[in-house]
Every structure is written in C-alpha cells, then in structure tokens.
Design a protein around this ligand. Structure first.
Ligand code: FES
Length: 188
C-alpha cells in the first residue's frame, strides 16, 4: 500500500466512524425507540398523605418521575397532574375512600380546573364542565352542550399504610389517555 492509498483508507475509516456517531441517535429517534417518558408501567405512585386531604375538597397533585429524550434522562420531572378527592366514609365503613382523575380534558387536552363557587370541575379552554364524580354536565350558565367527548378519566387509587412511619398515603396508578375520542384508550 503506497502513501496515497494509505491516506485514502484512513480518511474513509474516519468518515465512517463520524457518520456512525452522528447518525445513531437520529436512527433511534426515527425508529420511534426514543420514548419521551420512561417510567415503569402499572406502578402505583405515592402522591399525598391522607391527612393532607380534606373530605370533599379536590386537590390537584403533580406526578413526578423520570423523563428521557434521545440523549438525556432527567429525574423529578412533572409527568402530569391528577385530581384527588377524599370522600366521606360510607356509613358502616371503617375507611375513607379517595378517588383520582386525570386533570387532562378529554376534549383537546387542556388542564381541568376546579371552580370553587360551583363545586364543579371546569375546563378553561371550551368550558367543558364535570361534577365531583367526573361526570359531564351542561354548562350551568349557557346550558351549552359539553364539548368533552367523555367523562373525566378515572385513575386507579388506593390508600396504603407506611410500615415505618404508619402514615396513610394515597397512591395512584398514573396513566394518560387519548384525547378527542368517546372511548377511553390508554396511551401510557
Ligand atoms: S379542551 Fe377542554 S373543553 Fe376543550
């Protein structure tokens, strides 16, 4: 191999290496194998002490976890928000219940808010209104039909006792759902 051939061989090798380094993340991205959120599925997440929830007063709670793009993993990021409502204990029941709903409006994905004056959930974008059970209501002012295609999305929720502190904690199985459809379809 003469000097010229050696130089050509070296430059081809370098070009191949550089292309591989630059191209791999892009290929990962294009193949859809770079999830925006990487959290173990079906996990219940500990969100709130039971004693911090007042009966009948909904509280919006952020859900924290790890997010990863093609290059970087970031911990303690807000993955979403849920509404928690502590219910009065049914007569004869020893335990109080907590219900959880996704805060994402099933119409177009805005964050559903609480309207304290009416004790209803209201979406600020197109005024979809829901009662405290997450069921759709007509707008009490305009009586317009509700824009939301379904009720608020309920989330599995449980109250557990911490074995070391003996505090009762509310845990929620956090999921996201397709927006805009009548059917409730889990996205993640
Ligand atoms: S996004 Fe909530 S009513 Fe339209």
């Amino acid at each position: 191999m003469n000097r010229r051939e050696l130089l050509q061989w070296l430059s081809r090798g370098m070009a191949t290496t550089i292309a591989a380094i630059i191209g791999l993340p892009g290929i990962r991205y294009l193949s859809g194998k770079a999830p925006s959120v990487t959290e173990p599925e079906s996990d219940f997440r500990r969100l709130k002490r039971l004693q911090d929830l007042s009966v009948g007063r909904p509280v919006m709670v952020p859900v924290l976890g790890s997010k990863q793009d093609a290059w970087v993993q970031s911990d303690q990021q807000v993955l979403g928000r849920v509404w928690l409502i502590r219910r009065p204990a049914a007569s004869g029941a020893a335990e109080t219940e907590v219900h959880a709903f996704s805060s994402v409006c099933p119409h177009m994905g805005c964050q559903i808010q609480m309207q304290p004056s009416s004790q209803k959930f209201v979406c600020p974008c197109h005024r979809a209104t829901f009662d405290l059970n997450g069921e759709r209501q007509n707008d009490p002012v305009s009586q317009e039909a509700n824009h939301a295609p379904r009720d608020m999305d309920p989330l599995a929720c449980r109250v557990v006792c911490d074995s070391s502190s003996e505090d009762a904690w509310v845990e929620v199985k956090f999921e996201t759902f397709q927006i805009g459809s009548k059917q409730r379809v889990v996205r993640s």
